[in-house]
Design a protein around this ligand. Structure first.
Ligand code: FMN
Length: 231
């Protein structure tokens, strides 16, 4: 699944994933500095120069690697597919739970379906599954900290609930945590799950949704966070 390959998941803390992705401060990762958040925001490269740098870097790396479909290579190539970032939340008997996803996508209009892909090793997804309903919180440009909080392994129900401490939220119509300041909320019931290799393809049926106009998204590209700039 291409959706699974471009992100670090929890590689930095567990070693399970993230091979092939630039570490923070890695020069490969900082080539795309236009609109980047946090540390790289302070860089001053001109947009044209930065775009040129990205093109040159990809061309150089891709020319000799055709046929290499290793996990490391797949992670790196797929990390060039920029996505938004969403946190899927649910209320469970042991408290709230949430996971950061970049694999979230709109799937169908009629019926209204969305999809995302949790890894099979996720300990939090089975608990959200049991809840049978969840809220997809599409993160805004200023919510990188939430992406980071909910991409740490929860370590179990208590850890999952602890991740919500200090995180402003309220319960949605379906009873799932809605993160304050999110760009959009999509309330779902669990519709289906399919085999997706080392991930699961989750399909949710949309029960209700809302969005904030005139707000920018949080984006994820080559292992780093950024924002959207209209041409
Ligand atoms: C930007 C970003 C996007 C991510 N997208 C996914 C994803 O689509 N699927 C997935 O399984 N994990 C994804 N992860 C990793 C999970 O958020 C992470 O593995 C989380 O710790 C899972 O929680 P758990 O171990 O408590 O189940 C992503 C991480 C980041 C930082």
């Amino acid at each position: 699944m291409s959706t699974a390959a471009g992100r670090p998941t929890t590689g930095s803390s567990t070693g399970r994933a993230g091979a092939g992705l630039p570490a923070a401060g890695d020069s490969r990762g900082s080539a795309w500095t236009v609109g980047a958040l946090g540390r790289s925001r302070r860089r001053t490269a001109a947009p044209a120069a930065a775009a040129h740098e990205v093109r040159m870097s990809l061309a150089a790396e891709d020319s000799s690697a055709y046929g290499d479909v290793s996990e490391t290579r797949m992670r790196h190539v797929m990390s060039g597919f920029a996505t938004g970032v969403a946190v899927v939340t649910a209320s469970t008997p042991a408290g709230p739970a949430g996971i950061t996803f970049q694999s979230f996508t709109s799937l169908s209009l009629d019926p209204p379906l969305i999809s995302f892909n949790p890894t099979r090793t996720s300990t939090t997804w089975p608990r959200i599954r049991r809840a049978g309903r969840f809220c997809v919180n599409v993160l805004g440009a200023e919510q990188e900290h939430l992406a980071r909080i909910f991409s740490r392994p929860s370590g179990g129900p208590a850890g999952a609930a602890a991740q919500f401490s200090g995180v402003s939220h309220r319960l949605s119509e379906l009873g799932s945590p809605r993160l304050s300041g999110a760009l959009a909320w999509i309330e779902c019931t669990l519709e289906a799950e399919y085999d997706g290799g080392d991930h699961t393809i989750v399909v949710g049926r949309v029960a209700g949704m809302s969005t904030v106009e005139n707000a920018g998204p949080l984006l994820y590209f080559r292992g780093g966070y950024g924002t959207f700039a209209q041409h």
